[in-house]
Design a protein around this ligand. Structure first.
Ligand code: AVI
Length: 314
């Protein structure tokens, strides 16, 4: 099945469900990735500067916890622009640690840019970029027997539902050997107003990020979404730590998708659920680690305790 066919199938499944939904993984076409860069620069979106602080100021502490006795590899899933990771890599190079950085991404363009940027800032870096599906790549790396630190940063884990987190961690574990580590970014529960502002910003950048999903369907699948007939709504529930985001149909309307030749009816105020952004407690993170066969080595938090990069081992 081609990527476009998978996209068309998932959109059909989501829009024909009793509660309409579209997976947040479809936010990230070239335009959506650009809007996400803008989100990360918003003053309200605290996760990026918090994780930057952790990796800049606590890089040494993180490195000290790694008990590797020979050259190792740092494998990063979805590195983005790599600015945060670079802080950690810089520390390792300064300490003359022998390691290879292996960023993995499905997008060739993203990997090319990242590699150029990394080498521009860290000319001494040993880098082995890999393009493709995370887990087929990981199996290859695990089979090499080189000790590994896996990075899954940025709070991306929060975009997975609980059962998906379990299968993701199972996949990570399968790719790891005893003595390997996993460093994962988790956004922590905090003053609910702070979380709410990060996901419903006054300039409407997050709204544009969501509306781009509809533009993408129009562009790639021949959809007839009238995007001005949809609004955006985001809700944080501090009781369970869930931010849930939605598109809202402002009028009763019908949308056709040419690629699959299917029509979808929307009632006034009907929702399309687009994203979960889970916020965690440290105890909750420890339970997840334990339930999935990991041991927490340490949580590294920013000074406001808004975010943690949590180091686990098998
Ligand atoms: C990529 N991910 C961790 C972001 C988040 O915070 O859930 C995506 C995002 N959605 C709205 N703002 C940012």
């Amino acid at each position: 099945m081609t990527e476009l066919q998978t996209f068309a199938r998932d959109i059909h499944k989501g829009l024909s469900a009793p509660r309409k939904h579209i997976s947040s993984k479809y936010f990230y076409d070239d335009i959506g990735s650009g809007i996400f860069q803008d989100i990360m620069k918003m003053p309200e979106y605290y996760p990026t500067p918090c994780e930057f602080e952790i990796l800049s100021l606590q890089g040494d502490n993180i490195i000290q916890k790694l008990a590797f006795d020979r050259p190792f590899q740092i494998v990063e899933f979805g590195a983005g622009d790599g600015i945060k990771t670079r802080q950690l890599l810089k520390k390792l190079i300064e300490r003359q640690v022998d390691f290879t950085y292996v960023p993995i991404d499905i997008s060739a363009k993203a990997i090319e840019e990242l590699t150029g940027n990394m080498l521009g800032h860290l000319p001494g870096l040993k880098i082995r970029p890999m393009i493709g599906n995370y887990f087929s790549m990981m199996e290859e790396l695990a089979a090499s027997g080189v000790p590994s630190l896996l990075l899954f940063l940025g709070g991306n884990i929060g975009n997975y539902e609980a059962h998906e987190v379990t299968s993701l961690l199972t996949d990570f574990r399968k790719c790891m050997n005893p003595g390997d580590y996993l460093l994962t970014g988790f956004d922590l529960q905090k003053n609910p107003a702070t979380v709410r502002c990060a996901y419903d910003d006054p300039k409407g950048i997050t709204k544009a990020f969501n509306i781009n999903l509809l533009h993408r369907i129009n562009r790639e699948l021949g959809g007839t979404f009238k995007t001005n007939q949809f609004d955006f709504y985001s809700h944080y529930n501090p009781v369970n730590g869930e931010v849930r985001s939605y598109l809202v149909s402002l009028v009763p309307q019908k949308v056709h998708i040419r690629h699959t030749d299917k029509c979808y009816d929307f009632e006034r105020n009907e929702l399309i659920w687009t994203e979960l952004s889970q916020k965690y407690t440290l105890t909750g993170i420890e339970k997840i680690a334990e339930a999935n066969g990991f041991r927490v080595v340490e949580h590294f938090q920013d000074c406001k305790a808004y975010f943690t990069d949590s180091l686990w081992t098998l």
